[in-house]
Ligand binder design. Structure first.
Ligand code: AMP
Ligand code: GLY
Length: 422
């Protein structure tokens, strides 16, 4: 099989690393990729939103499968584009249709979908400029903290949690006046849920499904979960408090109703569903849907999949899918993200990275890196994820931390408390 992976982060390096182990693989391409992906496959300089060029490349290289890493090409309709083009229809896109991607692309769509299917989630209201006064009345009738969400994609910045009522009212006005452009033309106001978060990943074709290893990511920049939200500073899998009892609740109350909901709406969904969940007094609720894998969760989920993933992806949409195993490695896997100083605000790129070759007993997944001549340089906010196995969470984390120290670049930053609350 010839496979093309779209994206350039740690998630895509981890997906490449896993796919490259498959005896079924012939050629692996990553567009645009990073310094790490080019070591296992071949990077291709393609814009992930330029579907015409992606199709041209896929046809010329006889690509059988395209795995879409980030949400942007999905929300822009890459699945529908390939399905509607006669010459490309045989290429399997791992990623949902435009309609399915709305589960992530529109908070309002996701909330309606959950209500329709009786899926536990926070109570909410949604408001536009025309219903601003109702929005303000809604806030006044709610007890804080106030959770305001831009309906559309806002680069991970569209969720605000505010303690002060007056401030929440001002933010609502500002969001509805275009604080996040069109993305906040509609704002969802949610009940605040107090609990501990975790991520469940489901691989589905809209009919059949398999549950991948559970993970927990650490989103805040600062230790003790303080400071600004980031794309994710580290992750742990499995998650000790997510036991069989909890997973049964997730499967019965969330996963199965989600798949049934896709069918009810006749949504074409071949790909990953990322359930952002929160346990409130032992009961799981959905915080958000994403239509892709998480990053850095993928950097701990892929290492914990023992079975060959490529045939499983290939069997999506056929009965063979149910027969193929997806065994999980019983060990823990943890990852620690090395980031550029200043991230998630302004940061510099182009710093030389040293010490990668000194890493022992961890997997180095590149995120924002690029290769020039013999050297690797930083090329993003999140630079490298150091993933490690361990028989315990603490053993895995100790390895990641030890190796995180060995890798150096100017203004390197990372959290030393990943897993602290587990
Ligand atoms: P989202 O982009 O919807 O995942 O929201 C970003 C983060 O905001 C989540 O990971 C949670 O930490 C927090 N959050 C979102 N919705 C709620 C809620 N209803 N109650 C409490 N925290 C929330
Ligand atoms: N780590 C959270 C995300 O990928 O959205």
């Amino acid at each position: 099989m010839n496979v093309l992976i779209l994206g350039s982060g740690g998630r895509e390096h981890a997906l490449s690393w896993k796919i490259a182990q498959s005896p079924m693989l012939d050629n692996l391409y990553i567009a645009p990729g990073n310094a790490g992906t080019n070591d296992i496959g071949q990077n291709v300089n393609l814009d992930i939103l330029d579907f015409d060029r992606i199709a041209e490349f896929a046809l010329s290289e006889r690509i059988d499968m395209i795995i879409v890493g980030p949400e942007a090409p999905l929300v822009a309709g890459i699945f529908d584009y390939f399905e509607n083009k006669d010459a490309c229809r045989h290429i399997k896109i791992v990623g949902p249709s435009l309609e399915g991607s709305k589960l992530e692309g529109s908070k309002s769509y996701g909330k309606v979908f959950m209500q329709e299917n009786g899926i536990p989630t926070a109570a909410y209201g949604e408001f536009t400029k025309d219903t601003l006064q109702e929005g303000i009345a809604h806030l006044r009738a709610t007890k804080g903290p106030y959770v305001l969400k831009a309906d559309g994609l806002a680069g991970g910045k569209g969720v605000l949690i505010i303690h002060d009522l007056e401030e929440a009212e001002e933010e609502l006005k500002s969001m509805l006046s275009g604080k996040f452009g069109d993305a906040s033309a509609t704002v969802v106001i949610e009940e605040f849920l107090d609990g501990i978060e975790f991520s469940v990943f489901v691989l589905t074709d809209g009919e059949r499904y398999k549950v991948l290893p559970v993970a927990k990511d650490y989103k805040r920049i600062g230790e003790g979960d303080t400071g600004l939200n980031t794309g994710g500073m580290g992750a742990v899998s499995p998650v000790p408090f997510v036991d069989d009892v909890m997973m049964k609740k997730v499967e019965d109350q969330i996963i199965r109703p989600t798949i049934a909901g896709l069918q009810k709406r006749k949504i074409k969904y071949i790909g990953f569903v990322f359930l952002g969940l929160i346990s409130v007094d032992g009961e799981p609720k959905v915080i958000e849907y994403n239509c892709r894998m998480g990053d850095p969760e993928t950097e701990v989920v892929m290492p914990r999949i023992e079975s060959d993933l490529l045939p499983v992806l290939g069997a999506l949409g056929t009965d063979e899918f149910d027969e193929l195993p997806l065994e999980q490695d019983p060990r823990f896997c943890t990852t620690v993200m090395l980031v550029s100083g200043g991230y998630p605000e302004a940061y510099e790129k182009g710093k030389q990275i040293n010490g990668i070759n000194e890493v022992e007993d961890s997997i180095v997944f590149h995120a924002g890196t690029k290769q020039e001549d013999e050297n690797v340089y930083t090329n993003g906010g999140r630079v490298i994820a150091v993933s490690s196995y361990g028989d315990s969470k603490d053993e895995a984390i100790a390895k990641s931390m030890k190796n995180a120290e060995k890798i150096s670049f100017d203004k390197k930053n990372y959290r030393k408390d990943i897993g602290f609350d587990l």
